[in-house]
Design a protein. Sequence first.
Length: 281
Amino acid sequence: MPFSAPPPASGERYALSASLDNARHLSSLLRAVHFQDHATCFATASGLRVTVEDAKCIQANAFIQAEIFQEFSVQEESVMFRINLSVLLDCLTIFGTSSLPGTSTALRMCYRGYGYPLMLFLEEGGVVTVCKINTQEPEELLDFDFCSTKVVNKIILQSEGLREAFAELDMTSEVLQITMSPDKPYFRLSTFGNAGSAHLDYPRDSDLMEAFHCSQTQTNRYKISLLKPSTKALALSCKVSIRTDAQGFLSLQYMIRNEDGQICFVEYYCCPDENITEAEL
C-alpha cells in the first residue's frame, strides 16, 4: 500500500526519512531487542541499527537494511539519537498487532535532527495517525570489539535446534555453560539447576548444523538472566550463528526472514560470567 501522508512543508529538511508498506516488519524486529525501555538508533545510508544494553554485560542490535524500506534517506553521514523503545513500539502498533487479512499499517518515519522529536505517520484503511516521540542525547555504547578476525570458534545452527535446547534444559540454572571444540563433544550446552546437571550435545555432522568452524576447545558460562532476552529473536529466526572470541565473549547472530522473504539480523553480545573459575569447570 503506497503511503499517502503529506510531504514535508516547503523548505523543511529531514536528517532521516523512511517509509515502509508494513510497519509490522519493523515492530517485530524491535520487539526482539526490547528488554529495556530505551534504545539508541543509529542511521547511515546502509540502514538503521537499534541498540539496547543492560548492566554493561549484554548488548542487542537490530539491523534493518535500507533495502527493507520502500524509501530510506539519510542526509548526513550518520544520524544518532536515543529514544524510548516502549513508546515507539506502542506507536507502531497503534492500530493493533494483528491486522485483518489483506491489510497492513503503512509507516512514514521522519527525524529533523538533534533536539527534534521522531515523527511517525501511520496509515491503515485510510486513517492516518501522527505520533511525535521525544528523542534524547545518545549515551556512549559498549564496544565489545568483536570482529571476525578475533573469532576463535563459530558454528551456524538451524534455529529449531537451539529452540529445542532451551525447551529441554533446566532454566532454573543460574548459568548456561557452552563448550565448543574441534573434538568431541563439539558443541555442548549444559545447565546446573534444581534437578541437577543437564547436557545437550550436537555432533558436528548433525542435520541441524549448517557450519562448524572450531579451532580450539573453549568452555564458558553465561548468566541465563542475560541470555533470556535473546529468546525473543530466536523465536523469529531461521538460523543462528554462535561465535566466541579468545576472552569468551559470546555473539549470537539471528537471521530473521520477514513475511516478504527479506532478511534482517539481530545480534546479541554477552560477556562471560567472571565468577566462574577454571577449577569449577
